[in-house]
Design a protein around this ligand. Structure first.
Ligand SMILES: *Cc1c(COP(=O)(O)O)cnc(C)c1O
Length: 461
């Protein structure tokens, strides 16, 4: 039994070959801190009767492993095989090549963000997107903020602070996280006036609620749930006529507003932003990272005088976008100017429109290889039908036929155990558990090699 003397000092460790290599890789400060921790733990173990020489021998490997673990970012890329294309918890839309390139340029260089290259004077950062947004939506003007929640907040605050905001009881939704319509209204300083009932709201409900104190009528696209059966909703064109008659602005929160008609691609129709504008809403709000397929952002398009009022609101400065996202948004919006090539260039639409036969063929190709990688762990892989979802609240009750791999193993907790192992991989693989199996929906898998390379890092138990 050897005791404390077997252990190196921290300085000795730092000067050892392993110590020097680790300092090169991780920097002196981290190696010092981790080596101290591990040496303290070793001394503790010796006090408890462990052998010093054995602990000293294990030390370099332990320090190296701890440092490697620490250095691994939790923001590493993952394979989204959940079947939900716009997965909020996995960061929603992935960007088009053009958008990524624009973002990289913006990160690496100064750019004319608020600088007028023609006149040499001051410019507006939103100007880079305004023209595109007006062209794509038919709106008079546009402004951009941090996300759609911020768009709703600043629009309500501008139009409704200290006044009444009318909304149907059927549209007082919660989006998830902490975004609940009544709470946002309260924070915006507007007094909520609920009209109608959960399932039915009529034109007269709105008409009789309008007073000289009404600041805004809000319409919310109930994107994340659907009421069916005995229902009545006042459609935007009619509501817009009521609002106009009363001289009150109508704000339509579309949520994941699409810029193109998705039914042209075989998906269910979602109202497009251009339609919402044409239907007479004074302002329309929507997200940048949902169906639009760009980075996180919130757009407000509509009447010029109302957009000007929003831009004067001091909240605008607090909610504005940085140059990186503005650049990526500009590149993303430009793709919409060429609808013929939109699908091949915009990953969100490309994934949403992948046909089942293509995904099933990929599943059939991958099945034997995945089976071979999982067999040593006691798991089997089979080809299975899947139902993908758009995600982020869009078309919640609709699913898109898809295909994938069903992974099964022995024991009731087999899917959970496998799921945990796949999450711990250097490239984590995220599936979902259904009917006693871990299911990998392959809709969002770019190429076969990505999954195989990720799974090759699995080690037998
Ligand atoms: C998603 C959504 C929001 C919030 O948008 P974010 O961009 O996530 O902030 C607001 N309203 C509706 C109707 C939505 O669907």
């Amino acid at each position: 039994m050897s005791g404390f003397r077997a252990l190196p000092s921290v300085d000795q460790f730092l000067l050892s070959d392993t110590g020097k290599a680790l300092v090169d890789q991780h920097g002196r400060a981290r190696v010092l801190a981790v080596a101290r921790q591990r040496l303290d733990a070793a001394r503790e173990a010796i006090r408890a009767g462990d052998d010093g020489a054995a602990l000293a021998q294990a030390l370099p490997r332990q320090v190296a492993e701890t440092l490697a673990l620490e250095a691994r970012s939790r923001l590493c890329p993952v394979l989204n095989l959940t079947g939900t294309v716009l997965h909020t918890n996995l960061g929603r839309a992935i960007l088009a090549q053009e958008a990524m390139q624009a973002a990289v340029n913006a990160m690496a260089n100064p750019l004319a963000l608020e600088f007028d290259l023609d006149g040499g004077g001051r410019g507006q950062r939103d100007d880079h997107l305004r023209g595109l947004l007006c062209e794509l939506t038919g709106a008079e003007d546009a402004t951009i903020v941090n996300n759609n929640a911020a768009a709703v907040l600043i629009a309500l605050n501008t139009l409704g602070q200290g006044r009444e905001a009318i909304v149907s009881r059927g549209e007082l939704i919660e989006i998830g996280g902490a975004f609940r319509m009544p709470d946002i209204m309260a924070r915006a300083g507007a007094r909520l006036v609920e009209v109608g009932t959960t399932n039915r709201t009529h034109p007269r409900d709105y008409e009789s609620a309008i007073t000289p104190d009404t600041g805004v009528i809000l319409k919310v696209h109930t994107s994340n749930y659907r009421i069916e059966g005995f229902t009545a909703e006042v459609q935007a064109p009619q509501l817009s006529a009521i609002a106009r008659q009363a001289g009150v602005p109508l704000l339509n929160d579309l949520g994941s507003g699409s810029l193109v008609d998705l039914s042209a691609y075989g998906l269910r129709r979602e109202p497009t932003v251009a339609e919402a504008v044409a239907e007479g809403a004074d302002l329309v709000t929507f997200s940048g990272d949902k169906l639009l397929g760009g980075p996180q952002a919130g757009f407000i398009v509509g009447r010029r005088d109302l957009i000007a009022a929003i831009n004067k609101n001091p909240l605008k400065r607090a909610l504005r976008l940085d140059k990186i996202r503005i650049s990526a948004l500009e590149a993303t919006l430009r793709l919409y100017l060429d609808p013929d090539r939109l699908i091949e260039r915009l990953p969100t639409l490309r994934m949403l429109t992948r046909v089942k036969a293509d995904i099933a063929a990929q599943a059939a190709r991958l099945q034997p290889r995945v089976q071979a990688l999982l067999e040593p762990l006691g798991y089997a892989a089979s080809v299975a039908d899947c139902e993908s979802q758009i995600g982020s609240g869009a078309l919640p009750v609709d699913t898109i036929p898809s295909a994938g791999l069903r992974l099964t193993g022995p024991g009731g907790d087999a899917p959970d155990r496998l799921s945990a192992r796949l999450r711990a991989l250097p490239m984590p693989v995220i599936g979902h558990i259904r009917d006693g199996a871990l299911v990998l929906d392959l809709r969002c898998l770019g190429d076969d090699a990505q999954l195989i390379e990720a799974l090759e890092a699995l080690e037998a138990p």
